[in-house]
Write a protein that binds this ligand. Structure first.
Ligand SMILES: Cc1ncc(COP(=O)(O)O)c(C=O)c1O
Length: 393
C-alpha cells in the first residue's frame, strides 16, 4: 500500500513535532514552560460566546449555505468597505473553516502543476506545503532580518517568471512579526497587476500592531485592482477564537466562486453556530481586541528585553503579530549549531518549548510566542538563562 505521490514532499510540521515532544515530557511528569503557542491565551469575546449559545438554544444546528451565512458575509463586506474602501459585495466573501482552509481552497482552485507561487520567507509553515499539495511550486524569496524583517517588494517582484500565478504575502508575519509597509504593498499590488498574477494577502494578524504602527491592508487596493487582489482573514487570532474555526477569503467573484466550489466538496459550510459567534465578535468585540493588543505589547517588551540579555541571542522588537524571532547564530560557537539543536537543548535542559526557525525557512532563528502569561515569560527566560550559563559558563 502507498500514499499518493503528492505527499512525497509534504512533511509533518516541525512545530507539531516540538509540541509532541513537549507533551511527552509533560506526560512523564516534567513541567514545561511553552513559548510555542500560535494562539492567544485570552478567552473568546463574551459577545461571541453568548451569541453562539443562543444560536444553539434556538436550534441553529443544521447545514447553512456552503459559502457561509449571508449575515456574516454581508457584515464582512460592510466592514471592509468602511475600513478600507473595498468594493467587494457580500457574495465576494467566502466563509471558511479557518484561514487555513481559505488558503488551501484558493490553492486548489488557482494552482496546478507547472505553476509557481512566490512566497517571501521566513514564512508560515503551511504556505509552501499547501502550494505543493496543489501540485504547484513554491518559490521562496528570503527577506532581510535587518529592519525587523520588513517585507520589500523588489526582490519579490524580481522572482516573477512566466510560470508565476501569484504572490502570497502575510503581514504582520508569522513567524517574524515583520510587516509589509504601505509603500511596499502598493508596489507589490501594482507589480502583480502588471504581471497579470494574483496578490494574495494573508491578514490573519491584522490587529496585532505595536508602537502606533498603522495597518496597510491589500483590501484598500481592491477597488483599483479588482481582478488581482485576494484577501484571506480569520477570526482565530484577532478575536481569540482559534477553536471556533472561522475564517474567510475575499476577492474577484471568479476566484471566490472557484474556492467556493472546492469548499462545497470539501467541508461544506463552517459550523453554523460558530459563524453566529464570529458575526457577534465582528460587530461587538473591538474593546476586547484592544485590551488584548495592549497586553501583548507589554509582554512583547518583557520578552524582547529578556532575550537580548541571553548570551548568543539578538532580538529586534517585532512590529506586529505575537511572535519574537531572535537571531541565535551567536550560539554556534558554543556547539549549538542548528535551530533544531537549540530547540532540543532548551526543551531537555530548561524544560522550555520554543519553535526552531528551520520550520519557517531559516536556521539562525527561533520563534518564541508571547501569547502566554507574563509569569510564563519571566520563568521561561530565567530557565533559559540558567541552562545557557550551565552550558557556556
Ligand atoms: C500566517 C497564518 N495564516 C493563517 C493561519 C490560519 O489560522 P486559522 O486557520 O486558525 O484561521 C495561521 C495560523 O497559525 C497563520 O499563522
Amino acid at each position: 500500500m502507498r500514499l499518493a505521490s503528492r505527499l512525497a514532499h509534504v512533511e509533518e510540521s516541525a512545530t507539531l513535532k516540538v509540541t509532541r515532544r513537549a507533551a511527552e515530557l509533560r506526560a512523564a511528569g516534567r513541567e514545561i514552560l511553552s513559548f510555542g503557542a500560535g494562539e492567544p491565551d485570552f478567552d473568546s469575546p463574551a459577545v461571541a460566546v453568548r451569541a453562539a449559545q443562543r444560536a444553539l438554544d434556538d436550534g441553529f444546528t443544521r447545514y447553512t449555505p456552503a459559502s457561509g451565512i449571508p449575515e456574516l458575509r454581508r457584515s464582512l463586506a460592510d466592514r471592509y468597505a468602511a475600513d478600507h474602501g473595498a468594493p467587494w459585495a457580500a457574495e465576494q466573501f467566502l466563509i471558511t473553516v479557518g484561514g487555513k482552509a481559505a488558503l488551501f481552497e484558493l490553492a486548489i482552485a488557482l494552482f496546478e502543476p507547472g505553476d509557481e507561487v512566490i512566497i517571501p520567507t521566513p514564512c508560515w509553515v503551511s504556505f509552501p506545503d499547501q502550494i505543493r499539495l496543489a501540485g504547484a511550486e513554491p518559490i521562496l524569496v528570503p527577506t532581510q532580518a535587518e529592519g525587523g524583517f520588513e517585507l520589500k517588494a523588489d526582490p519579490i517582484l524580481e522572482a516573477i517568471s512566466p510560470r508565476t500565478r501569484a504572490i502570497l504575502v502575510n503581514s504582520p508575519s508569522n513567524p517574524t512579526g515583520g510587516i509589509l509597509p504601505a509603500a511596499e504593498l502598493e508596489k507589490l499590488v501594482r507589480g502583480a497587476a502588471a504581471a497579470g498574477i494574483y496578490l494574495i494577502s494573508d491578514e490573519t494578524y491584522e490587529f496585532f500592531l505595536y508602537d502606533d504602527r498603522s495597518y496597510a491592508s491589500a483590501a484598500a487596493w481592491a477597488k483599483r485592482f479588482p481582478e488581482t487582489v485576494v484577501l484571506v482573514g480569520s477570526f482565530s487570532k484577532t478575536y481569540a477564537m482559534t477553536g471556533w474555526r472561522v475564517g474567510y477569503a475575499a476577492g474577484p467573484s471568479e476566484v471566490i466562486g472557484g474556492a467556493a466550489r472546492v469548499q462545497g466538496h470539501a467541508t461544506s459550510n463552517p459550523t453554523s453556530f460558530a459563524m453566529v459567534g464570529a458575526l457577534a465578535a465582528l460587530e461587538g468585540a473591538a474593546p476586547q481586541v484592544a485590551e488584548m493588543v495592549g497586553e501583548f505589547a507589554a509582554r512583547r517588551d518583557l520578552l524582547v528585553a529578556g532575550l537580548n540579555e541571553l548570551p548568543g541571542f539578538r532580538c529586534d522588537p517585532p512590529a506586529g503579530a505575537f511572535y519574537t524571532f531572535p537571531d541565535i547564530s551567536g550560539l554556534k560557537s558554543h556547539g549549538l549549531e542548528s535551530s533544531l539543536e537549540v530547540t532540543e537543548f532548551f526543551l531537555e535542559e530548561a524544560s522550555v518549548a520554543v519553535v526552531p526557525g528551520v520550520a519557517f525557512g531559516t536556521d539562525d532563528h527561533l520563534r518564541l510566542s508571547f501569547a502566554c502569561s507574563r509569569a510564563n515569560i519571566e520563568q521561561g527566560l530565567q530557565a533559559m538563562r540558567c541552562a545557557l550559563v550551565r552550558r557556556i559558563g
